[in-house]
Design a protein around this ligand. Structure first.
Ligand code: ADP
Length: 236
């Protein structure tokens, strides 16, 4: 859990640090009035890279700690709760929201906080992407794929869309087009979904909108029985 993300983030951080060390060495052999300034900037950048490494370490710990608390949840409630939180202020932003859930309300075995974090991130991104367009429609839907014991959750917007060069790296850490964006939301989302045995992907047409999909395994009667059995055995 979290190791994929930490690995992906640590790799560029290590590269940044080595490049900065290289710069520092080159700078130590150069003289000139602006060199001290550049040296200072390089040192600061190295400090920041270290700080980022520390943030990642803490994030990993956080994700790992929350990773074991899985529960059986009704999908509809799970999605509705997260949406309510994510949609605070959506009305003022004139976003029309629609939900569509399968009538049988599938059950999923998940870490609620983590899956709601994924939804929150997808919905907030969708709302942000619709800020500068006139048609603002958000569709949150779930669809059961019974043959595979899966449910597919989709968040569709009519926003700006994602240019192909961003789409390629969408789930990689630090991919952002926002001035104050960190670009880690989607990579964390991918780590969470994959640790639940699901997949996450996006489809986008620039100028028309974007749809994010992710899958979760559904819980059937057999799974329910084994969870209950484990509960009895563990006395939980
Ligand atoms: P952040 O929101 O901090 O930039 P994310 O990982 O959540 O980080 O998103 C990465 C990038 O993906 C965003 O900066 C944006 O360019 C793009 N993106 C994500 N969701 C959407 C969306 N629904 N519509 C358009 N672009 C999106």
């Amino acid at each position: 859990m979290g190791s994929t993300l930490a690995h992906e983030i640590n790799q560029p951080l290590t590269a940044i640090t080595s490049y900065l060390k290289g710069c520092g060495m080159i700078l130590s052999g150069i003289e000139g009035e602006k060199v001290a300034l550049v040296r200072h900037a390089v040192n600061e950048a190295a400090e920041e890279a270290l700080r980022a490494g520390e943030v990642i370490r803490q994030l990993r710990e956080f994700v790992a700690r929350g990773g074991s608390e899985h529960q059986i949840e009704g999908l509809q409630r799970l999605v509705e709760e997260a949406s309510a939180l994510a949609l605070v202020g959506a009305k003022e932003k004139e976003v029309k929201v629609e939900f569509d859930f399968p009538s049988e309300n599938p059950l999923v075995f998940v870490n609620r906080v983590q899956i709601q974090q994924v939804l929150l991130n997808l919905i907030r991104n969708a709302i942000e992407a619709m800020q500068d367009v006139s048609l603002r429609e958000l569709m949150i839907r779930a669809r059961a794929i019974q043959s595979d014991s899966l449910v597919q959750i989709s968040v569709q917007d009519t926003g700006s869309g994602i240019p192909p060069e961003v789409l390629k790296n969408l789930f990689k850490p630090f991919t952002t087009t926002k001035q104050s964006g960190m670009g880690v939301g989607l990579s964390i989302s991918r780590t969470i979904v994959e640790s639940h045995g699901g997949k996450i992907w996006a489809e986008s047409i620039p100028g028309e909108g974007t749809t994010f999909h992710f899958t979760l395994r559904t819980v059937d009667k057999e799974d329910m029985a084994s969870v209950e059995h484990a509960d009895r055995v563990c006395g939980g």
